[in-house]
Design a protein around this ligand. Structure first.
Ligand code: UD1
Ligand code: CA
Length: 446
């Protein structure tokens, strides 16, 4: 197989989004739309990917570089065909096929990219089409052999052409050398005065290169032009992610209420209760149980651990085997070791909790002094009494006890007890006298 190249068009302003963020940087399942297209191409063995960007889109180019792809600048946004041609600056000499895709289609799969390359080998060129009546898409007119005759933009289409329900998805595969040759010949004689990518197949046809039409499902071909379409794409992506999770053996009683990120990894036989949100960077191991209304991000949950209900795991939360993290417990940048428990109302930030330790309700690691973050060590088997503040940097050594309500600002020896409490004062009969006095005062007033 000769190496494959890819071009992704992402220089458009995306004005219909009404956003300062470039359209392709809006997230679907926690990853920019553009990232989904890059990843799908990569899985289809596309080794060189060039993204066409607008002159002021520094953040898009930084993201592209971070994803290991290349970028070029399209000086003026004068059409998709002109945009694709700009990639020629890097790919003109590429010996092999190139696939061109729009950057605003987060649901394209690697299988569809692959199918376009395979169809191109047979016919000479290939495009991907799908069935829709939407005015948003160009119409695909096929000849009697089922090969492409031409693509007509909806705006430029006749009444008969508009009634065709075969639409241009936005994937085109061709030999790289020929493609950039055709791109250079495009004209802008249409209602928009733009250089259309969709005119390339007609130029190819004039050179006797035929174009196959690969049909794909609308569920993966929808483009994102507005906030409404972004929400629809998110819903479709979530449907896909949930189906994959269930297929791989993850248990979910109400999958339609669970939200995943593109990179969520959950092992088979983990159980996810309703209304759980997985932001990016989460791994959940076998037999773990994530209970309702929990939010996880950048965290790892070990085998057999129980998290939630109403727990929040933030980046760097490392929950080891059989740990229990209960309701209204927040964990950030903290390793909670085997079998430890923090069951209620607790903040564990910049900390290590040793194996088997018990963290009482209302325990707070005071990790921030307004300038710097400090670390709290809680030893194995330690017991932190309810409503204690551990003022970092501080170490509570293995097996120590902290009396409830303590403020611990200095290290605590192993197996000792530390308790800080104001001395207690008891005044016997005080309450009774107090009530009597109040009653008398009230009687006087009325
Ligand atoms: C395009 C297609 C249409 C297809 C539809 C699928 C053309 C002329 N039309 O229409 O047939 O059915 O997509 O969603 O190709 N872009 C640039 N530079 C430009 C213009 C656009 O990089 O000068 C990029 C945009 O950032 C976007 C992509 O190309 O990612 C498509 O552009 P857009 O304006 O959204 O095209 P559509 O009108 O949706
Ligand atoms: Ca579009």
């Amino acid at each position: 197989m000769s190496p494959r190249a890819g071009v992704i068009l992402a220089a458009g302003q995306g004005t219909r989004m009404k956003s300062a963020t470039p359209k392709v940087m809006h997230a679907v399942a926690g990853r920019p739309i553009l990232g989904h297209v890059i990843a799908a191409m990569r899985s289809a063995a596309v080794s060189r990917i060039v993204v066409v960007t607008a002159p002021d889109a520094e953040d898009v180019r930084a993201y592209v570089a971070q994803q290991g792809a290349e970028s070029v600048v399209q000086d003026r946004q004068i059409g998709t065909g002109h945009a694709a041609g700009c990639a020629g600056a890097l790919l003109r000499g590429f010996a092999g096929p190139v696939v061109v895709s729009y950057g605003d289609h987060p649901l394209f799969t690697s299988a569809t990219f692959d199918a376009s390359f395979v169809a191109r080998e047979r016919a000479g060129m290939a495009i991907v089409a799908f069935r829709s009546q939407s005015k948003a898409y160009g119409r695909v007119i096929v000849d009697r052999d089922g090969l492409l005759d031409r693509i007509v933009e909806y705006r430029d289409a006749s009444e008969t052409e508009r009634n065709v329900d075969l639409c241009n998805a936005g994937i085109m595969a061709a030999d790289a050398g020929s493609f950039f040759g055709w791109a250079a010949k495009l004209k802008n004689e249409n209602t928009q005065g733009e250089y259309y990518l969709t005119d390339i197949p007609s130029l190819a046809k004039a050179d006797r290169v035929m174009c196959a039409v690969v049909e794909a499902d609308e569920a993966e071909t929808m483009g994102v032009n507005s906030r409404t379409e972004l929400a629809l794409a998110e819903a479709e992506m979530q449907r896909r992610l949930r189906a994959n999770m269930l297929d791989s053996g993850v248990g979910m009683t109400a999958p339609e209420t669970v939200y995943f990120s593109f990179d969520t990894f959950i092992a088979p036989d983990a159980q996810i209760d309703p209304f759980v949100v997985f932001a990016p960077g989460v791994t959940v191991k076998r037999g773990a149980h994530i209970r309702a209304f929990s939010h996880l991000e950048g965290a790892e949950v070990g085998e057999g651990a129980i998290v939630g209900p109403y727990a929040r795991l933030r980046p760097g939360a490392l929950i080891e085997e059989n740990v229990h993290i209960g309701n209204f417990v927040e964990v950030k940048n903290a390793r909670v070791e085997k079998g430890a428990k923090a069951n209620h109302l607790t903040y564990l930030g910049d900390a290590r909790v040793g194996a088997g330790a018990n963290i009482g309700a209302g325990t707070i690691t005071c990790n921030y002094d307004g300038f710097d973050k400090h670390f709290t060590h809680i030893g194995a088997g330690a017991f932190i009494g309810s409503n204690s503040s551990l003022v970092a940097p501080v170490t509570v050594k293995d097996g120590a006890y902290i009396g409830a309500g303590s403020v611990i600002a200095k290290d605590v020896e192993a197996d000792s007890l530390a308790v800080t409490r104001a001395p207690r004062k008891d005044v016997s009969g005080w309450a009774e006298k107090f009530r009597a006095r109040k009653k008398a005062e009230k009687a006087k007033k009325t």
